[in-house]
Every structure is written in C-alpha cells, then in structure tokens.
Ligand binder design. Sequence first.
Ligand code: PXG
Length: 291
Amino acid sequence: MGLKIYVGGQFVDEDDARVSVFDHGLLYGDGVFEGIRVYDSNVFMLDAHLKRLYNGARVIRLAIPMETGDLKAKVCETVKVNGITDGYVRLVVTRGKGDLGLSPTKCANPNVIIIASTIKIYPDEVYEQGLRLVTVSTRRSNPDALSPQIKSLNYLNHILAHLEVLHAGADEGLVLNDSGYITECVVDNFFVVLDGAVITPPTNTGALNGITRMVVFQICGELGIPIREEQLSLVECYTSDECFLTGTAAEIAPVTRIDDRPIADGKPGPITVRLMKEFKEFTRGHGTPVT
Ligand code: PXG
C-alpha cells in the first residue's frame, strides 16, 4: 500500500498527491523544508526543526498557513497514519500557486506538504569503516547571496557539489567557502577532533545551523568534551586526529579518508565512536510522541 501524503490541507494517496505546475516552489524553488527523524514513535527534535522552518519562512516573508502547534500535531498525525515507528519526515512549505512572474504577491495560498517514510542513506559498514570524502570545486553560496540558514527549496548548489562526489566515487563532499575554508559537507555538517577538542566551522561562514550539529554541542557540553567553532583549512582536516559528519539522515558518521588521505590511522576515532553511542542514547529521550 502506498503512503498517505498531507498536501493541500488533507491526506491523499501518494499517487494523487499533487501540486500545481504554477506553484512557485516548482517554478522558482521558492519555499522552505525540513528533514526530520522518527525514532521509536517519537519525532526527534521536532521543536528545533519547526523553529528553523518558521525562521526561514520569516526571512523569505512566507506566511506558513498553520500555527506551530497545529503543524506539530499534523506532522505527528502523518507519521501515525502511515504506521511509521522509525523513519523520516519531509516537511515542505511552498510559496503556492502564482503566475509565471517571479513575484510571490500573486501566491495567495502557501502549500504545506508532509511526507512520512523511511530512510537509510549509508549501509551499516560505513559507520564501522568510516566515510570517504572528496573536496569539491563547487563553492558554497556566499552567505551574502543566499544565507545557508534558510533551508530553501533551491538546492542546486548542493546538487552540483553532489555530482562531483558521485563522479569521484566518494561518499560525501567537503565544500569550501569563497576564502577556501571548510564550510560543511554537501548535506551534512563537518567536524574534526584535534588534541581532544571537537571543532566545527562557524555557521556565519557558510554552514547550516544543523539540528544534529546542535545536539553534538549539547552532548559534548554534558560530557565535558571541549567543543568550539573555528575556521578550518583543508590541511587542518588532513592532519586532524579524527573527523566526522552530522545530519538528520546520516546521524553521526565517522570520516576516515579525505581526498585519498587516511585520517590518522584510517579508523573511526575514539571520540567519534563515543559521540555516536551517546547520540543513540540522546535520540531516545528527545522526541515528541506521535500518539
Ligand atoms: N547542511 C546542509 C546543507 C543540509 O542540507 C545538514 C547540514 C544537516 O542538518 P540537520 O539539521 O539535518 O542536522 C543538512 C541536512 C539527505 C538530505 O539526503 C539532507 C538534508 C537535505 C536534503 C537531503 O541526507 N539536509
């Protein structure tokens, strides 16, 4: 049986789930989205995801036609009606139907879409052996041109970068900013461990303020592991003690090779392994129950 999708204010079968060809989400990538995990019938970090969604919408002056509480309840309902206990929610708000002009002023009804399904992006071995990254030539959009804090429906910058990852036969990519410093991975945040401290690039130089990234800060704080934001060069990554990446889909994943250079001994490092274990614990206590 197919999925039940929430679109246009109701649940419909996935084959009947449609948006207009005049929706500016399609015509211009005008809209915002979130990818959210469900663990054991609890929607993980739902409040933080909704906060980021509403903030992005505020920046692009998109009025989400639902109160936060109602949207929260609808996300949970979508998970429930699809019988998902462990899975992934894609929450999308498009500008809605307009005309062929760019202006959103003609788009009277923004469209809320909720899809609840399952996800597995890497096989289990990858979490034991570590991911291989390649530095891509596509630079992250300058924050002055498009803030990385808006999780917008325009992901072409990321898709161009991902094409390079595919071409290189790697698992993920390292994306630099205009100054040549690391911003993040293509669709994940990036961290190194150096002399016992966890370091990640600051969000104002090109990284998304990832929810999993925030969780890593919280876990490190609770465990007393030093963690800070700092600009990182490629050389600092190559010579670090450990590397890992974070994202809703990837969770915490060790990185053991960058541009064909093994990181330290080429195996997942002890702090990374500890954080992976602590993250699993954390997912159990920080969700919104779907019932
Ligand atoms: N940076 C970017 C650019 C992202 O799109 C993250 C970091 C991680 O953020 P969270 O909040 O998830 O910890 C993302 C995540 C995928 C996929 O297939 C992931 C994202 C978007 C689209 C697809 O893994 N976003």
